[in-house]
Ligand binder design. Structure first.
Ligand code: CA
Length: 227
């Protein structure tokens, strides 16, 4: 697991396309899970918390557009790479408006797919959102400011990204590798101690208001209540 770049969920009803996608992503060090219809795909997204989703638009059960909307409606900002067929331009634009991160038009080369997945992961650090209050903290993703008991806290960009990411996923546990992929955009970066360093910095700055908990043997998560 320490070698993995994280799990990519592929939702694609054309088996031969899914097989090629799986092969190339696995070769790059990603874990891969494939679903062939939209409903099972959405269930898998909610169950498995993939680092990215490669999402076909034309799917049985639930199409890629409805899938994307269902995901974003509940505040799930997992990066989505839409896979579209020729003639689906309108759907592609709607998908991007609904929060898909990028798109790929069939036919595409597997290498291009891999490059695009890496790119959406790099960009995944700062999803848009509203000010969130968790415990004693409030986080404003637009102005990129954090307040503790109403007082501003000085954070670096990366500290802010890490804290905001964890607070957007309260209760969800992330491995250091997942945090490197989703916050730093370094899916292949191996030095996971960097995560520990930044967590330490955040704890030092936030003191008892820090929502970050160490989950022994796994990684980190944020809790809704401060000590
Ligand atoms: Ca299809």
């Amino acid at each position: 697991m320490t070698e993995s770049r994280g799990l990519v969920l592929i939702v694609e009803d054309e088996r031969h396309i899914a097989d090629v996608q799986r092969l190339y992503l696995a070769r790059e060090g990603f874990g891969v899970h494939v679903e062939t219809d939209g409903i099972a795909g959405l269930a898998a997204a909610r169950r498995m918390h993939p680092v990215a989703i490669v999402l076909d638009i034309g799917l049985p059960g639930l199409d890629g557009i409805a899938f994307c909307r269902a995901l974003r409606d509940v505040g799930d900002w997992t990066p989505v790479l839409l896979v579209t067929a020729r003639g689906e331009e309108a759907d592609r634009i709607l998908g991007l408006e609904l929060g898909a991160d990028d798109y790929l038009t069939k036919p595409f080369s597997p290498r291009e797919l891999v490059a695009r997945v890496k790119t959406v992961l790099r960009r995944a650090a700062g999803p848009p959102g509203q000010t969130e209050s968790v415990g004693r903290l409030s986080v404003d993703p637009i102005s990129r400011t954090v307040r503790c008991d109403g007082e501003p806290v000085e954070l670096t960009a990366t500290e802010f990204n890490l804290l905001a990411f964890l607070l957007q996923h309260v209760g969800q546990v992330f491995t250091r590798e997942q945090l490197l992929a989703r916050v730093w955009g370094y899916p292949g970066y191996r030095d996971t101690r960097m995560v520990d360093v930044f967590v330490s910095q955040l704890r030092a700055k936030l003191g008892e208001a820090s929502p970050i908990r160490t989950v022994r043997g796994v990684g980190y998560s944020a809790t809704a209540s401060s000590r």
